[in-house]
Design a binder for this molecule. Structure first.
Ligand SMILES: [Zn+2]
Length: 323
């Protein structure tokens, strides 16, 4: 699959790195703000080779006198932060909750082992190898933020205002989104996915919807999702409708005594949103929503949740192959 990416200007001095990669995991979008004397990166790619590719593409716009001095982390998932060791010495800004969310994240070493494939026919190993086997998880270490905040944080980057707003717990416990009001651009992190079904680990979906509504409330014309192509306000509104549909179906199906995994299958089998890839991710998002509906306070088992999605994906792949 192609994962071609290039640095594209969305406003004067503001760029997005938007890899093509519909139907797979981990190809995150990044942002780069370049001002007179500074440069700020929003998120990093998943591994060092991909991060170095982004940094090489940034060289012409940075020129000889500027380097990236600050990285803003939208959340704690590795596909937005594992590239940090390629940027030694930078200031790293995230939410206070990001630090706690790190406790639930798999380490690069664990990802390396998990994605080398499992036993033949074993769903989780097959799925992880299929979607994460392309990444190089060696030589990585988790770099925590050097500066954290709760609520909102306003930055002044050579006179360019940048507002960070905490949104978590939503996609993860430590989410934030980044608004550049003068450019009319928001980097939404994984509050927003485009092109594929989203996956939400922390929830509830009402919090994700609330974050999206607040983003719409900024009046931004360009919304950079965590994954997939850029959206305008209408596209984000459609995404909110999708989330509302999932939340409402979860509420009704749970009241009807339908277990979470069966509910996920019903949503997939409904055939709604056929244009979105990775329908099996509904297994994770529905399980997250069910956890909130039932008041379950336990820490979610992330690998177990991926296993549930993997079993659905494997069954669908086998059914498609049998046709
Ligand atoms: Zn992501």
């Amino acid at each position: 699959m192609s994962e071609e990416a290039r640095l594209t200007a969305v406003a004067d001095g503001l760029f997005v790195w938007c890899p093509e990669g519909r139907g797979t995991w981990g190809l995150a979008n990044c942002g780069l703000l370049v001002t007179e004397a500074q440069a700020v990166l929003v998120d990093t790619p998943y591994d060092l080779p991909r991060t170095r590719r982004l940094l090489a593409a940034a060289e012409p716009v940075l020129g000889p006198d500027r380097s990236i001095g600050t990285v803003l982390l939208t959340h704690s998932n590795g596909d937005h932060s594992y590239g940090l060791p390629a940027l030694p010495g930078v200031e790293v800004i995230g939410t206070e909750a990001y630090l706690h969310a790190l406790d639930h994240e798999p380490t690069p070493e664990q990802m390396h082992l998990l994605t080398r494939g499992g036993a033949p026919g074993e769903a989780t190993g097959w799925y992880l190898a299929k979607h994460f086997g392309r990444y190089d998880f060696t030589g990585l270490e988790i770099v925590p933020p050097t500066r954290v905040f709760s609520g909102e944080l306003d930055l002044d980057v050579d006179g360019t205002p940048v507002r960070l707003t905490q949104a978590g717990p939503a996609h993860t416990d430590g989410d934030l989104w980044v608004h550049l009001p003068e450019q009319g651009v928001v980097f939404a992190g994984d509050l927003v996915f485009a092109g594929d079904h989203p996956v939400h680990w922390a929830g509830p979906l009402a919090s994700v919807i609330d974050g999206c509504e607040r983003i719409l409330g900024t009046g931004a014309e360009v919304i950079v999702p965590g994954h997939g192509p850029l959206l305008g306000p209408a596209g984000l509104r459609d995404y909110v409708d999708y989330l509302s549909w999932v939340a409402e179906r979860c509420r009704v199906l749970r009241l009807g005594g339908i277990p979470a995994q069966d509910a996920a299958l019903r949503l997939i089998d409904s055939g709604r949103y056929p244009e979105l890839g990775l329908p099996e991710r509904l297994a994770i998002t529905v399980a997250t929503e069910y956890r909130h509906l039932s008041g379950d306070q336990d820490t979610p088992d992330l690998v177990g949740l991926v296993g549930a999605a993997a079993r659905i994906a494997l069954a669908r792949a086998e059914a498609a192959a049998a046709l």
